[in-house]
Design a protein around this ligand. Structure first.
Ligand SMILES: Cc1ncc(COP(=O)(O)O)c(C=O)c1O
Length: 312
């Protein structure tokens, strides 16, 4: 976890815990943000909150907003979410709705296209507006270890919370996500469960740190262990090499696609995502091709939609 936190560049005191995945990490962050917003102002105690994100945000944001009964305001963008989009959205809101905004969620590596939002600009607005800034780097977070693209993440160090899934681009087996907080005490306030039989787990005898206090789950397995073993075995440099190789492969694939007359690059590869179409194909053609590749053990290339259109 110290290594993950160091990749973000968040200040001393920031720390995190492992979760079942990005969905649970995002949920834990949203609960922390919402509780903090309510703690700061009594008037929010019965108000339904609003989370702002972009249309590129992962489906778990909408799903988890349902769990906490919050509204999600999605800003439509063709590419990355810019700070100007956020500023404009906030300025157009009524004073009443503006007070309901308790978090902005930027994505650092959208699942569909590998897009990284303008983290530094969004962080500035959140700071001056007093809004919790969460970065969902569930997929893209692995690339924090890759020097060639690290600058695209500038501003992540300003986040109040960051989701990174080691079970995505950090090669861990499934069931290993992580949520990192700038101020873990706020997470503890939101999540720590009370029960006289639980007190023993948080006293000094239990080293005073109980991961259950910082996310939604109480009884949990040692989720960070597979990542730790892998790091102990290979070392962090091997991670950087492997991630850089993934980024290179995406660029090589992009060049080959551009050079082939029957395929078209939809946008320049970003991180490890390569969006392309095969001219003239129908959704069925993509589906059949995906299954054929998968069943033969050759590759898993998932069909997707961009701007709600199938790539054809
Ligand atoms: C950006 C992003 N956030 C959250 C998630 C959800 O993660 P999980 O499937 O580990 O719950 C994903 C999964 O693809 C993702 O790409």
């Amino acid at each position: 976890m110290e290594w993950l936190v160091s990749l973000t560049g968040m200040p001393a005191g920031a720390f995190g815990v492992f979760t079942s995945g990005g969905t649970e990490a995002n949920l834990s962050a949203m609960v922390t943000a919402r509780e903090h917003w309510r703690d700061r102002d009594e008037r929010n105690s019965k108000t339904r909150g609003i989370v702002i994100a972009s249309n590129g945000a992962h489906s778990s944001i909408k799903a988890m907003a349902k769990v906490i009964d919050a509204d999600v305001l999605l800003i439509e963008t063709e590419s990355r979410l810019e700070s100007s989009h956020l500023a404009e959205t906030l300025s157009r809101m009524s004073a009443k709705d503006r007070r309901r905004v308790f978090a902005v969620i930027a994505t650092a590596g959208t699942t569909n296209a590998g897009i990284i939002d303008d983290l530094a600009g969004i962080a500035n607005i959140c700071r001056s507006e007093g809004i919790w800034f969460h970065v969902d780097a569930a997929y893209g977070g692995g690339a924090l270890a890759a020097r060639s693209v690290r600058h695209f993440f500038n501003g992540i160090e300003e986040a109040d919370s960051v989701t990174i899934d080691p079970h995505k681009w950090l090669f861990s087996p499934y069931d290993c996500g992580a949520i990192i907080y700038r101020d873990p005490e706020l997470a503890k306030k939101a999540h720590a469960q009370e029960g006289s039989y639980l007190d023993i787990f948080s006293d000094e005898g239990a080293q005073g740190f109980n991961p259950s206090d910082y996310q939604i789950q109480l009884t949990r397995r040692v989720r960070g262990l597979p990542l730790w073993f892998s790091l102990a075995m290979y070392g962090t440099d091997r991670y950087e090499t492997a991630i850089e190789r993934g980024i290179d492969l995406a660029r090589i694939a992009g060049r080959l696609i551009s050079a082939t007359y029957y395929t078209e690059l939809v946008r320049e590869p970003s991180l490890s995502c390569v969006l392309f179409r095969r001219l003239g194909w129908t959704p069925e053609d993509y589906r059949n091709w995906t299954y054929r590749n998968h069943k033969s053990g050759f590759a898993l290339v998932a069909p997707t939609k961009v701007r709600r259109r199938f790539l054809k």
